[in-house]
Write a protein that binds this ligand. Structure first.
Ligand code: NAD
Length: 313
């Protein structure tokens, strides 16, 4: 049955994080919104006053069940997000990303709640062809990718076995305001941080690797559509269908920030894939997903946010 977000009671796990907080910002006052987050990487200040923040862990099954009661839609964004970290602590990645999702699905099964789950392009592993559609082989190369694949498959199974209304969204590389730098940050945040700090921009390898960078507002759009679609029990790619090389990205960051820095090349990163771009035909057809923010616009907005942060620090 098709659902509506208007006047719905919504739970956003990971709602104090990058994607989750953008989503919560758009849900506004007409929806009753609760954010569940353990604040491991998320920040309480990101949760707007219109939403209720409850601090807790998706690994705590009883607690999750309590939180899901009386909820119409769950946006499950909480996760241990770093591929590199998952390789250091695979057990933790498994319990948060896989078991945490099963906890959410179990509660959804009990209370007949729709669940939109943040999956990842990492489920595909090294692409054997591009653009990558949802039928591409699933060969994750990290604990993170395997745990996301487990979560993604569980979504389908909970739909097929128990009739739970699930949608898994396989995000490609997301960027936008609110994504910060750090050891595990996306390449865009790292380049902006370097350019604004007057440091040379470091590109791993020759920079010819390409990625499908999708602006966070478009990922929010995909989530909202998934909450209301009747195409449940499915997994959809969420990207733009376009790609850009890391070298081009570095040059664009330098140009927009007007930074007087060099672009230097370091050793290729082990395990880095060469080319990644999503085929988003299924999301276009079934969710009516239509990414609206061009890469350049998104990058300008992201850099503006970084500059405003730097000004206030
Ligand atoms: P983020 O780290 O900003 O957000 C994740 C949030 O989950 C944080 O607020 C964190 O505090 C919370 N969290 C972590 N472990 C938790 C736990 N055990 N219990 C409760 N809360 C917990 O990351 P993001 O970029 O906003 O990612 C959101 C989701 O999208 C994640 O599931 C991630 O795996 C997925 N994803 C992100 C990208 C990307 O490019 N950012 C790409 C593919 C998939």
């Amino acid at each position: 049955m098709q659902k509506s977000l208007t006047n719905a009671s919504v739970l956003v796990t990971g709602g104090a994080g990058f994607v989750g907080s953008h989503l919560v910002d758009t849900l506004g006052a007409t929806t009753d919104v609760t954010v569940l987050d353990d604040l491991s990487t998320g920040e309480a200040e990101r949760v707007p006053p219109s939403a209720r923040l409850v601090t807790g862990d998706v690994r705590d099954r009883e607690f999750i069940t309590e939180m899901v009661a009386e909820t119409d839609v769950i946006f499950h964004q909480a996760g241990l997000v770093s591929v590199a970290q998952s390789t250091e602590v695979p057990y933790e990645s498994h319990t948060v990303n896989a078991t945490g999702t099963v906890n959410v699905l179990e509660a959804a099964r009990e209370y007949d709640t729709r669940v939109v789950v943040a999956s990842s392009a990492a489920v595909y592993g090294d692409p054997t062809y591009t653009p990558i559609d949802e039928s591409h082989p699933l060969n994750p190369t990290s604990p993170y990718g395997l745990d996301k694949l487990t979560a993604d498959h569980y979504c389908r199974l909970y739909h097929d076995l128990y009739g739970v209304e699930t949608v898994a969204l396989r995000y490609f590389n997301i960027f936008g305001p609110g994504q910060t730098a750090g050891d595990y940050a996306g390449v865009i945040s790292v380049f902006i941080d370097q350019a604004l700090s007057g440091e040379d921009i470091t590109v791993h390898g020759d920079g010819e690797q390409t990625r499908d960078f999708v602006y966070v507002a478009d990922v929010v759009q995909a989530n909202r559509l998934a909450a209301e679609t009747d195409s449940v029990g499915e997994a959809f790619n969420v990207g733009t269908g376009d790609s850009i090389s890391v070298r081009e990205l570095a040059e664009m960051v330098r140009e927009i920030t007007d930074a007087n820095v060099d672009i230097i090349h370091t050793d290729p990163r082990e395990g880095d894939i060469d080319h990644s771009v999503a085929d988003i035909s299924n999301a276009r057809t079934h969710l009516e997903f239509d990414p609206t923010v061009s890469f350049r616009d998104g990058l300008e907005r992201t850099i503006e946010w970084w500059e405003s942060r730097t000004d206030t620090n």
